[in-house]
Design a protein around this ligand. Structure first.
Ligand code: ATP
Ligand code: MG
Length: 264
C-alpha cells in the first residue's frame, strides 16, 4: 500500500503548492501517485500547470452521478439515501493523467454545509475512504482547513497530516488547532512545513510555537512562484530552490513515517 498524506493549514499558506510539488516528486521517484483536490475552491490542477479549460469538473458538482450512487434520483422513495454509495470505479473514470501522475478533483462541501447529513457528504466521504483505505497508490490530499468532514475511517487511514504554516500568528493558531484535531482523530504523524519565509528569525519564532509538531523544513518566499502562479505555469518548474527544500522535507517525512519499505 502506498503512503497516504493529507495537507492542511490556513487559507493561502501554500497547501496546494506543497501538494503539487510533492505529488510530482513522488511520481519522479517512480511511485504511482494519486493527487486529490478536496478543497471547495479547487486549484490543484492549476498548480500542475493545467489550463483552466482542461481542468476536470469537481465530482462534488456532478449532481446526476451523486444522485445515482446515493439512490436519490427522481422517483426514489422518501428522504433516505445510501450512506455507503459505491465509488470504487470512479477514480479511474474521472482522474486526469498529468506528467506521470493522476489528479482527481473532488472539491468539497463549503464551510456552511460541512458535516451535513446529505447525499453529497456521504458521496465525498465514501470516495475519500476508498482512496485512503483501499488504493495502492501514494495518495496526497489537498484539504480545506478542517479534517472532520473526511469521516473517521478515512482520517484514521492517513499516515501523515502536514500542516503548512506561514509567518503569521493566525496561521500558527490554525496549524495548532488542526494538529490537535488530527491527534484526537488518531492520525499517526503530524508535521509542519514553514512556507513564505523572508527572514531566518521567522523560522525560529514559529519553531518555538510549534513545540509538539515536528517541522519538516522551511521554504523561502519566492517571487518566481508567484509569477508562475499568475501565468498558470506548473509550480515545480518555477523555482529550483523551492523544489529542493520540498524534496528534503519529503525525505524527512518518509523517515518520520519510518515506512520506506511501505512506499517502495
Ligand atoms: N514560497 C512561496 N513564495 C511565494 N509565493 C508562494 C509560496 N508558496 C505559495 N505561494 C503563493 O501563495 C498563494 C497561495 O498558495 P497556495 O494556493 O499553494 O495556498 P493554499 O494554502 O492552497 O491556498 P487556499 O487556501 O486558497 O487553497 C499562491 O499565489 C501561491 O503561488
Ligand atoms: Mg489550495
Amino acid at each position: 500500500m502506498g503512503v497516504k498524506i493529507a495537507i492542511g493549514g490556513k487559507g493561502g499558506v501554500g497547501k496546494t503548492t506543497v501538494c503539487a510539488v510533492w505529488a510530482q516528486l513522488f511520481a519522479e521517484d517512480g511511485f504511482n501517485v494519486l493527487a486529490i483536490d478536496a478543497d471547495p475552491s479547487t486549484s490543484l490542477a492549476s498548480a500542475f500547470g493545467i489550463p483552466s479549460e482542461q481542468s476536470p469538473q469537481p465530482l462534488i458538482k456532478m449532481k446526476q452521478l451523486i444522485a445515482e450512487r446515493t439512490g436519490t434520483e427522481k422517483g426514489s422513495v422518501g428522504a433516505y439515501f445510501k450512506l455507503n454509495p459505491k465509488v470504487s470505479d470512479l477514480p479511474e473514470k474521472y482522474w486526469l493523467e498529468v506528467d506521470g501522475l493522476k489528479l482527481l478533483v473532488l472539491g468539497s462541501i463549503t464551510d456552511a454545509g460541512a458535516g451535513c447529513a446529505c447525499p453529497e457528504a456521504a458521496f465525498l466521504k465514501a470516495l475519500l475512504t476508498h482512496t485512503i483505505l483501499q488504493r495502492q497508490e501514494v495518495v496526497l490530499v489537498d484539504l480545506s482547513a478542517g479534517v472532520e468532514f473526511m469521516g473517521r475511517a478515512s482520517v484514521q487511514g492517513i499516515d501523515a497530516l502536514i500542516v503548512v504554516v506561514e509567518p503569521g500568528a493566525r496561521s500558527i493558531e490554525t496549524a495548532v488547532n488542526i494538529a490537535r484535531m488530527a491527534e484526537k482523530f488518531g492520525i499517526r504523524h503530524i508535521a509542519a512545513i514553514i512556507n513564505k519565509v523572508t527572514d531566518p528569525g521567522q523560522v525560529e519564532a514559529i519553531n518555538s510555537e510549534l513545540t509538539s509538531i515536528s517541522v519538516l523544513g522551511s521554504i523561502p518566499y519566492s517571487g518566481a512562484v508567484q509569477t508562475a502562479d499568475l501565468a498558470r505555469r506548473a509550480v515545480i518548474k518555477a523555482d529550483a530552490q523551492l523544489v529542493e527544500q520540498l524534496a528534503r522535507a519529503k525525505k524527512r517525512l518518509i523517515e518520520l513515517i519510518g515506512q520506506e519499505a511501505k512506499v517502495k
